[in-house]
Design a protein around this ligand. Structure first.
Ligand code: PDD
Length: 281
């Protein structure tokens, strides 16, 4: 089955999806994106993703490419046309195509909107059973990590370093403290309490993080929002990450050191179960 993608209002076979070489997303990374999970053909945490998209656009003084209703239709159509039962929808908005100037183009520019599906196994991801390995690496990103921009070179380098070292994710570190994963939020568990960095310009406010905070609260699991060091992480009882494409993923090794005896611990297992229960309901 040929994948159908969305490009500026049109549904096209993926090989026909094209944008201008002058697109500011391509030339300047002047664009924002969202990744929403799909389970059983239904979107997970979709409202939160659209809320964050609105914030990202506003922070960069970019126009909405269309109405929210039209975005809803686009997501639904992509699921339908690709018969997507489980996976993700990636959507990206850029400031549009214009002659190359660093300042915003003069006059009206039409934003570029593209989206596509990617089928993936999310619920029965085998990594969730074994747990994954992470490495630590310096956080090379800019100072507005709260905006979900397509400027992802530093995260791509971090993830590549992780893969080359036999790990699946890299935790980025600044001044000795873990900021977040290259494409996920970072957590440790100590004495039954979950610790994760507080929201600020230094990390992305994850939609999965937000859902998890609510679920944990309902379940009586304490989450402390503060930054933690690499040393603390190495001495933690458990560690995990969250993202739209991983949900709640146990970590069993950091920089080659086993965490929690090398097995996913009880707190992360419980939190993943709670998240999946809600997402598949
Ligand atoms: N990444 N932090 C960063 C830097 C991220 O890129 C992501 C998501 C998250 C988690 O956010 P959420 O729970 O809303 O997915 C945190 C997506 C999945 C990606 O780029 O593929």
């Amino acid at each position: 089955m040929v994948r159908t993608v969305f490009v500026n209002g049109e549904y096209l076979p993926e090989s026909e999806g094209k944008i201008s070489i002058f697109d500011r997303g391509f030339l300047f990374a002047d664009g924002v994106y969202e990744v929403s999970a799909v389970i059983n053909g239904k979107l997970v945490d979709y409202a939160a993703h659209m809320e964050r998209l609105g914030r990202s656009l506003k922070e960069l003084r970019m126009a909405w490419p269309c109405t929210r209703d039209e975005l809803d239709v686009m997501h639904a159509e992509l699921i339908k046309r690709n018969a997507l039962t489980e996976g993700i929808i990636y959507m990206q908005v850029t400031r549009g195509a214009a002659d190359r100037t660093f300042n915003f183009p003069k006059g009206e520019v039409t934003p570029t909107l593209i989206a596509f599906t990617q089928a993936m196994s999310l619920v029965s991801n085998p990594n969730a059973v074994t747990g994954i390995k992470v490495i630590t690496t310096p956080d090379l990103r800019w100072a507005r990590r709260d905006i979900k921009t397509v400027m992802l070179l530093a995260p791509a380098l971090g993830k590549q370093e992780a893969y080359e070292k036999g790990a699946q994710e890299a935790w980025m570190v600044e001044d000795g403290f873990v900021t977040e994963g290259t494409s996920s939020n970072a957590y440790i568990v100590k004495d039954g309490k979950v610790i994760t960095r507080h929201l600020s310009n230094e990390i992305l406010a994850g939609c999965t993080r937000r859902a998890l905070m609510r679920l944990a609260k309902e379940e009586g699991v304490e989450i402390i929002e503060r930054k933690f060091t690499v040393e603390e992480a190495l001495a933690a009882d458990e560690a995990f990450l969250t993202s739209a494409s991983q949900f709640v993923m146990p970590i069993v090794e950091i920089d080659g050191k086993r965490i929690g005896g090398g097995q996913p611990g009880p707190v992360v297992r419980k939190l993943r179960e709670l998240f999946l229960k809600e997402a598949t309901a």
